[in-house]
Design a protein around this ligand. Sequence first.
Ligand SMILES: *Cc1c(COP(=O)(O)O)cnc(C)c1O
Length: 386
Amino acid sequence: MTTIPYSRQDVSEDDIAAVAQVLRSDWLTIGPVLPAFEAAFAQRHATAHAVAVSNATVALHLTCLAMGIGPGSRVWTSPNSFVASANCALYCGATVGFVDIDPLSRNMSVASLQAKLIQAQAAGLLPDLVIPVDFAGQPCDLQDIRALADQYGFRILEDASHASGASYQGHPVGSAFADATVFSFHAVKILTTAEGGMVTTQDEALANRVRSLRSHGITRDASAFEQPSEGAWYYEQQTLGFNARMTELQAALGLSQLQRLDNMQAKRSALADRYDALLADLPLRLPTRLPDRKLAWHLYAVELIPARTSTTRAQVFDALRAADIGVNVHYIPIHTQPYYQRLGFKRGDFPVAERYYEQALSLPMFPAMTAAQQDRVVACLRSALA
Ligand SMILES: *Cc1c(COP(=O)(O)O)cnc(C)c1O
């Protein structure tokens, strides 16, 4: 029996040809394909600016810096995420806090956020930035979080690493409500450039700061110089930046993949519909669908309902792995990681995220997955839960 992975990149002959064409060209980096990818991504996500960088972790870090996050700043995120959603604040010298999740959407709970804001205001400890995460490709409650941001004066950096192509109230994720949005193009994500990330924003000044930070804080734009130009060779370093550039090879792969985003999305969505139907009678809580948003289906995450089965999550996980099915678990709550416990967090701090984690399983989900593969996953799950 062949292994069914939990995720697999979808690379077409066109993708390969696009990358090969770059290899034969004059520019392997800092060439024409990167701006073309950025422009196409911005257009697809209905946003004014898109800035590509080497990965989404770097995208989160640079956007925090570009928003002025530094020592003394307070940043809050969701514990049900990959560690990068929180680490980005620590890179800047800020402190991190977490807001527990909603048990159905598995995203940051607006009620918990509001309660924490009221307490923080009384203590004079309001956050500067909130990083909600679109878990599994489900857009977070952007309109409500925006209203709280306007009331309490924090900015929103949406971690849409799972959500390329998702939409909320008819707006593509990355276009509205958040001050900036980050996407990941890691190999397991919706679109891939092997490694890669993108920042979208409607704020031109913010986009320019991220652009500057991705390339050493250097500008060659004469209209932006602080000192008189000394000649055509002249450039200025004006801030402390990094080398966080995306190569032309990666941009070519991303641009080619982007042409198939809707097609790949439709396949994921059909698989999700089929899982919903095939799993309906099992002791599992299936992903919640909300009428005002379209999921990207990066993950199909289910939860065991312990009151209805005596099989444990570990037993189901092991049974599927033993059958060569690449089931996974997303996420170990960030605050329970040893590093975060050393910062003062402890088990019990965010009980909804912890309860979700204890029962969670991410089932295989990728565009090329066949009905036969899906049937095998469902049969194995059914027998493990019997
Ligand atoms: C994958 C992921 C990241 C980091 O993305 P990279 O491109 O691998 O750096 C950040 N946040 C979330 C929620 C992710 O899933």
